[in-house]
Design a protein around this ligand. Structure first.
Ligand code: SF4
Length: 388
């Protein structure tokens, strides 16, 4: 980025760091419009946008967890305990309803807290099936997409017309494509945007109207000057399926002699991996999007014989030229913990240096992480060819 961030970039950062302020501004400009709390990872936000609502992916808001501790057990991941805390302390009151389409048991637990503590709030779980290879799966996914559409129409009172939905699909695709380009140029050697800046861009896209976000991002990128990557150790960040890694952790990684060249984080390539087809029936297109997402970047919460996270990771590392992988595993994230041994085995077999960091909502041992990342960097540097 330029030395002085543009005003547009500062506005994107402002939305990412304070989504509630953006929601307030959106409400002022859309009297009577509904703001929906969307929970990760696969909800088709296009359907809500086409109904005139603002679908906001709820962020881990970095406040210390207080009441959330008593509502969900300690062995829930930090993100879900933070969600429960947001509900219990009124920080969730900016949303008119909760919509989810996933089935991680911990996310369902957090959703149930919202249902219990806010009995007057609409809480909708439109479960997209996780078994992807069965013959009945495509029809079932299409049926669930139609159920989500019906529920959104019922809640907002606005029918979702085919044309409106087509326009929303185009708007989200356009925004996704633009951000994906940034991640692709990063893999190709561009280093103008730091991991924190890229995260701010992605978080703001999860919060804002896609048309507005796309325009603001174009403005922010107009002041961007190309910067070549230096010779720090190139790393791939893997994990964090639902919430953003802490900014200070990303900074420690890059301060320790590593440079992030690729990732499969939710607040990264995973979120942007797949576009929705713009031709044909839009509901079938959303169903196809859901199915393809698990092929472009496999997710350990889905079951599919021909999609493997470890195979994907090895291919990604070869493609970006990453020299090492850092696994960011949120404490108690069961799907990730269950799959992690496979990732480790595959990378060991391919002789790729790796490091696992177990992250938490608060109280992360950053200085101990720094030492371990520096050790990974040292180990990886020793493998570089020596030119005499
Ligand atoms: S997938 Fe992992 S991070 Fe996401 S809600 Fe479930 S346990 Fe938490």
């Amino acid at each position: 980025m330029t030395d002085t961030p543009s005003e547009a970039m500062e506005r994107l950062v402002g939305v990412a760091r304070d989504p509630r302020a953006y929601i307030g501004r959106w409400r002022a400009g859309h009297p009577g419009g509904a703001v929906l709390a969307i929970l990760p990872m696969n909800f088709p936000r296009e359907l809500a946008h086409a109904a005139g609502a603002l679908p906001v992916i709820v962020q881990d808001d970095q406040e210390p967890i207080t009441e959330g501790r008593a509502l969900l057990a300690e062995f829930y991941c930090g993100y879900t305990r933070n969600l429960a805390d947001q509900v219990a302390t009124g920080r969730f009151d900016v949303y008119d309803a909760v919509f989810s389409a996933d089935h991680c048991i911990q996310l369902i637990g957090a959703t149930e807290i919202a249902r219990t503590l806010r009995p007057d709030t609409t809480v909708f779980l439109g479960m997209l099936n996780s078994s992807m290879n069965d013959s009945w799966a495509p029809a079932k996914v299409t049926e669930t997409m139609a159920e989500i559409q019906a529920e959104i129409e019922r809640f907002t009172g606005n029918p979702v017309g085919r044309e409106e939905l087509g326009r929303s699909i185009e708007a989200y695709n356009r925004d996704r494509r633009l951000i994906r380009q940034l991640l692709d140029t990063r893999s190709a050697g561009e280093a103008a945007l730091s991991p924190v800046q890229l995260q701010d861009i992605i978080v703001s896209s999860m919060v804002m109207d896609p048309v507005e976000h796309h325009a603001l991002l174009l403005e922010a990128l107009a002041g961007l000057h190309g910067t070549e990557r230096d010779d720090r150790v190139r790393v791939h960040l893997s994990g964090h399926l639902c919430h953003a890694p802490r900014r200070e952790l990303l900074e420690v990684i890059e301060d320790s002699g590593a440079i992030v060249v690729d990732d499969d984080l939710y607040h990264g390539k995973r979120y942007l991996s797949t576009d929705v087809a713009e031709e044909g029936d839009p509901i079938a297109a959303l169903a196809g999007w859901y199915a393809r997402r698990n092929v472009t970047i496999p997710c350990p919460t889905r079951v599919q014989q021909d999609a493997d996270w470890d195979t994907y990771l090895l291919d990604a590392v070869r493609h970006s030229g990453a020299e090492a992988v850092i696994h960011l595993v949120p404490k108690f994230c069961e799907p990730h913990m269950l799959y992690y041994p496979e990732l480790r085995k595959a990378l060991d077999a391919a002789d790729i240096p790796q490091l696992q960091l177990e992250t938490e909502h608060e109280g992360m041992p950053l200085e101990s992480f720094r030492t371990r990342i520096e050790a990974l960097v040292e180990r990886t540097l020793r493998r570089r060819p020596v030119h005499v």
